[in-house]
Design a protein. Structure first.
Length: 199
């Protein structure tokens, strides 16, 4: 089991990253909560990881904190919640928002995450209620969003990230179109997810 990787960040194409560790390039999928806190390319980074081995693939998932990985592992234990949906949950809700939704049995809020229907949201509440309190606190949200000059292709990267998280093309395109001009990728994804959560 690969539990942790330390190396150089080579690529960032949300939600995928490539991390070079001692000459080996590891491809990982990360939730947006981790993507937001990644350093610039070619910087050193440490990610906690979870490896999934299937007949047709070996998939590696990366997380900024051990607590985030622990929450991911709690989610994938639930029937009907695979790794892709667990990443979508961690991308669409902060740990505090998820805990509040579970404690308040807010099925409607949970159902706004792509891939989560009413029955799955009810199962989340049933199986996670009382279990999230034992997980270490996740880091708070980052500083307020700041508009900056966007790199070329930022809109395309944001759209790709939303599609990878399970939103359909119409929803993703509408969310990207509503973003302010010159929004960088990580801030754009965050704003788009907040907009989609209100729809």
């Amino acid at each position: 089991m690969i539990g942790r990787l330390s190396g150089t960040l080579l690529e960032k194409h949300p939600p995928h990253v490539v991390l070079d560790a001692h000459g080996v390039g590891y491809e990982l999928d990360v939730p947006m909560s981790t993507f937001y806190v990644l350093p610039e390319l070619n910087a050193r980074v440490v990610l906690f990881t979870h490896l999934v081995v299937r007949e047709d693939a070996q998939l590696l998932y990366g997380f900024a904190t051990r607590a985030e990985r622990d929450l991911f592992r709690e989610l994938i234990k639930i029937s009907g919640i695979g790794a892709k949906i667990a990443l979508a949950i961690l991308s669409g809700l902060s740990s505090d928002e998820l805990a509040l939704a579970i404690a308040g049995e807010d099925v409607a809020r949970l159902s706004k995450v792509p891939g989560i229907g009413k029955k799955t949201a009810e199962r989340l509440v049933l199986e996670l209620k009382g279990r999230l309190g034992g997980l270490p606190n996740m880091p708070p949200d980052l500083a307020p969003l700041r508009p900056v000059d966007a790199p070329p292709g930022a809109g395309s990267d944001i759209l790709h990230a939303l599609l990878a998280l399970g939103y359909n093309e119409r929803e993703a395109a509408a969310a990207v179109k509503a973003l302010p001009a010159r929004t960088e990728v990580s801030d754009g994804i965050r704003l788009a997810l907040k907009r989609l959560a209100r729809v």
